[in-house]
Design a protein around this ligand. Structure first.
Ligand SMILES: Nc1nc2c(ncn2[C@@H]2O[C@H](COP(=O)(O)OP(=O)(O)OP(=O)(O)O)[C@@H](O)[C@H]2O)c(=O)[nH]1
Length: 206
């Protein structure tokens, strides 16, 4: 994790979340909608932009540092520098373009090279659900691919503000849940500390 507060009952976690996907799928628009609750028709990304948002979940406070990477090929060579050290990635495609889903699958392969299994939370995000009439990728197709790769999955519309905060909240919740699992592994199991039952010999008695 990038950082924690000392309050163990309600810790604060800071996570780096990267947005990846083809150009014009709506990465910047999703980040902008989520953080500023606004939508603009033109938000081209040059290289990388950075936004933060804090969420108060039941188990922890989470600060998401959202890195919005440009999808244009000319920036591709520097992109791995952006997702290095990421805790979560949103693989965004446009539901009106099958090709953008294929591109998201390639991004996933890149992430698989960089990160160990379970080291990063990945969500597949099908954006632009408001353009239903132009849909090229069915919900089932996205869902099945996500399931086969153990990814979170959600369809969104940055334009009509559909499921935008939900996708970031789902990612934050998964990150916090994994903190809990890590802590449980590090903590000795209660039974390790207990005296063996009965009066039989203990294997390590001197
Ligand atoms: N209809 C519709 N248009 C959207 C939506 N999200 C983004 N757009 C439009 O799609 C275009 C590209 O959006 P961006 O947010 O700049 O896409 P991007 O993925 O950040 O693009 P790059 O920065 O070039 O990688 C813009 O014209 C947006 O207004 C959406 O949910 N619905």
């Amino acid at each position: 994790m990038a950082g924690t507060s000392l309050d163990r009952t309600h810790p604060t976690y800071i996570y780096k979340v990267v947005l990846l996907g083809s150009t014009s799928v709506g990465k910047s628009s999703l980040a902008y909608r989520y953080v500023k609750n606004d939508f603009k028709e033109s938000l081209p990304t040059m290289g990388c932009a950075f936004l933060t948002q804090t969420l108060c979940l039941e188990a922890a406070t989470v600060r998401l540092e959202i890195w919005d990477t440009a999808g244009q090929e000319k920036y591709h060579s520097v992109c791995h520098l952006y997702y290095r050290g990421a805790h979560a990635a949103l693989l965004v495609y446009d539901i009106t373009s099958k090709e953008t889903l294929s591109r998201a699958k390639l991004w996933l392969q890149e992430l698989e090279k960089e990160f160990l299994h379970d080291e990063i939370v990945i969500a597949l995000v099908g954006n632009k659900t408001d353009l239903m009439a132009e849909r090229e990728v069915t919900t089932e197709e996205g869902e099945e691919f996500a399931k086969s790769k153990n990814l979170l999955y959600m369809e969104t519309s940055a334009k009509s503000n559909y499921h935008v905060s939900e996708v970031f909240t789902a990612v934050a919740q998964e990150l916090v849940a994994r903190e809990g699992e890590k802590a449980a592994v590090q903590r000795p199991a209660p039974t390790d500390l207990q005296e063996p039952r009965g009066s039989g010999p203990r294997c390590c008695q001197l």
